[in-house]
Design a protein around this ligand. Sequence first.
Ligand code: TYD
Ligand code: MG
Length: 453
Amino acid sequence: MSKKQRVQYSCQSCGHTSLQWLGKCPGCSAWNSFTEERVAESPRTKVSLKGEEVVALPLSGLTGTDVFRELTGTAEFDRVLGGGMVPGSAVLIGGEPGIGKSTLILEAMGTFAAGGGTVLYVTGEESLRQIGMRAERLGISSDRVVVAAETCLEKVFEAIKSTSPGAIVIDSVQTLFTLECEASAGSLTQLRETSARLIAKAKSLDATLFLIGHVTKEGFIAGPKTLEHMVDTVLYFEGDKDHLYRLLRAVKNRFGSIMETGIFEMTEAGLKEVLNPSEVFLAERPLGATGSAVVPSLEGTRTVLVEVQSLVCPTNFGVPRRTIVGVDYNRVMILAAVLEKKASLVLNNFDIFVKVAGGIRLTEPAADLAIIASVSSNYLEKPLDAKTVVFGEVGLTGEVRAVGRPGERVAEAAKLGFTRCILPCGNLKGLKAPKHMVLKGVSTVQEAIECFF
Ligand code: TYD
Ligand code: MG
């Protein structure tokens, strides 16, 4: 080993470094996550501040609130980005293998190129032929999208120099390595080094950088926190692989809201934007069936009507089973306990199955009342009125609490022909009922159940 190098061990999960190997990471408690890495010792240079002025300005004098944006032309993608690409910014797109990240970015870059942009697409995972086949399938053919099958950062820089693109795609960051770093490709040191240099490059060229990253089994992009800190925007592409719908969610955005989501459908010819999600998700809803309830749920700035289904059946073996898909397991357990204690529904001898139709995940508390409606409907064998929607948060004492943006929820339900909405009393204040829509405020779970049936 040359004098200028030293060995360190770093956790591949959180980036914690140590001078000796450790079995358990003190940073993130992961086991067996330390690998050896050689790092170049940078000589300590003395920094002199002489002659350099510190630039500090009053906040009122700073401008730049209007960020210049370039549209990719794929509307849902642009919306999640916060209104288009910001030149010089870095965007990390994470998702499970096979969910459609490459398809999504190729489509967005296709429309960007069609609008006059130039793109460098670096693929480290697939061959040029494979990319060609995908592009053909998606109907994209453009001279302005240049594809390079390359994993060496130095060669990628050469390609950037010769193409001077407006957008650079790295698919995926985990395959890239730089010659200046001895660690193996995909290791945290390489990931950090290559990403940092690419981000700096993109900034200096005013190009938008898209880094595609795989999510590991634990649900993190490998080396998650390091990369998330370095980029401006982090998007997750998620969905149930067995379903056709995919959600693009912003989890960090320095140039926009993180409330945004884009909804796509995977088809034979690529991803299609879903512009009327409520209609799509309710298309196959069985009318008049017990156990089905519809909730107007917020997905970013949009309201989407989603169906919650439940099945409550007597337990055959000792311990009752609870299988939950699409909503948090613990939340359903809490709601079942509330039903048992506050509404006298004896559920302890019953298996409970809850599912959200369409492979969507409901994360907001406003879905609580719909879960209550759905479970109690199936338990009592009484269907909810097919033209009723339900929303509201439920507390442990059985109270129904107000939730955000009731007006938009009611409006979306009215738009799709629903005529009755059961909502928290606290949300009624100042809320005007749309035409043909009856609003019914409830303040407790007991009251709500009386209104449901
Ligand atoms: P891909 O974009 O390769 O996923 P990722 O980059 O996230 O690993 O796409 C994965 C799946 O999408 C693949 O199993 C096939 C499917 N697919 C379609 O159904 N239709 C299409 O037009 C394309 C291109 C892919
Ligand atoms: Mg891919």
